[in-house]
Design a protein around this ligand. Structure first.
Ligand code: MG
Length: 342
């Protein structure tokens, strides 16, 4: 197995902001990882998040350790990931990219799509929501108009103007399911009151209302029965699923948080055993990262896999997404291919 990695600049249709981080840059740097073996190449994408202490630089330092990986067989994944978790336990986004590259590679070596290797039904992919990031209200209005073809909107909230934002968007999209994500933006003391005022917007679910670990108010919030309450920042990896079970109705699994498809699959099984709903989410990522997560989509209640749709120049194709419909195609591996000479 030969691993390589390289950075690539991509451009966003709009700068992407959430309540706990502002980023006005219209471009984003992506880090791709490839794994070659017996004439085939698998792809992965590192989507590090500073909030979890990960950056492109920390990912590259972690990837440099692959020269010491004692496993040479791409099918020997348990041993690969045992080694990786011992060497770089805090670099889940890097491990997720390696996991993606190995699954893509093994699928290509076998001539089988990854979703099929997992025994899943490609016809059971739920429609993805399209995310409306925080911005000045006229810009958010513009984004909602541009998202006219998408059947479900996920709106970033967690500000002191949430009612104005949701009131405007509800008017523009009176019939669409609306999901909201506060990204830890409300505090325990006021969250119940805050959400009571949002009942009239008929929300499909409320994601991460309070800071991670600050779960005291969630019992009262869930008691209101407004909408399911979903953990994102509170549910990073496998070991967090059961901790969330008493506080939330569901969890948002992201491969970059948990370390890839293998860990994500384990989280889904534990979540189901604990009676939790399952959502799959993403960062702003190209089609490589989205395709890896989408392989698990037939097992999810909700998906928010729109990172590639926020890009003006996605370097890969194959996962679809028009009108919220992702496609698990019949190509071997993850089903994505570079456009041009990536
Ligand atoms: Mg979220």
């Amino acid at each position: 197995m030969n691993f390589h990695w390289h950075r690539r600049i991509v451009h966003l249709h709009h700068p992407f902001n959430i309540s706990r981080s502002r980023d006005s840059r219209p471009e984003k740097e992506i880090l791709y990882v490839t794994c070659e073996h017996e004439g085939q190449m698998g792809w992965g994408e590192v989507a590090p998040d500073r909030y979890y202490g990960q950056t492109l630089e920390s990912a590259e330092r972690a990837l440099a350790q692959l020269s010491q990986l004692p496993v040479t067989d791409p099918y020997d994944m348990e041993n690969v990931f045992d080694w990786l978790w011992r060497r770089m336990p805090d670099q889940s986004a890097t491990i997720a990219a390696i996991d993606s590259a190995l699954h893509d590679l093994v699928g290509k070596l076998l001539g089988v799509p990854v979703w099929k290797l997992l025994g899943l039904d490609a016809g059971k992919v739920p429609p993805t929501s399209f995310t409306i990031g925080l911005d000045e209200l006229p810009v958010m209005v513009q984004k909602v108009r541009e998202a006219g073809d998408y059947p479900i909107l996920k709106v970033k909230v967690g500000t002191d103007r949430d009612e104005a934002i949701l009131g405007t968007i509800r008017e523009l999209a009176p019939d669409k399911p609306l999901r909201v994500d506060a990204n830890c933006g409300w505090d325990s003391a006021t969250v119940v009151e805050q959400c009571r005022r949002l009942v009239r917007f008929d929300l499909e679910f409320i994601e991460q209302p309070t800071p991670a670990g600050d779960h005291d108010a969630l019992k009262d919030l869930r008691g209101l029965g407004i909408a399911p309450i979903i953990a994102d920042e509170s549910c990073v990896g496998f070991e967090d699923v059961l901790r969330c079970a008493g506080h939330f109705d569901g969890i948002n699994i992201k491969l970059c948080k948990c370390g890839g498809l293998r860990q994500g699959l384990k989280m889904i099984h534990v979540a189901r055993a604990a009676g939790l709903k399952v959502m799959l989410g993403c960062m702003v990522e190209s089609s490589v990262g989205i395709a890896a997560a989408a392989q698990l989509a037939p097992l999810a209640d909700w998906i928010d896999l729109d990172g590639h749709l926020l890009l003006a120049d996605d370097p890969f194709e194959g996962i679809g997404g028009a009108a919220g419909r992702l496609t698990l195609n019949a190509r071997p591996g993850l089903g994505v291919a570079p456009i041009g000479d990536e």
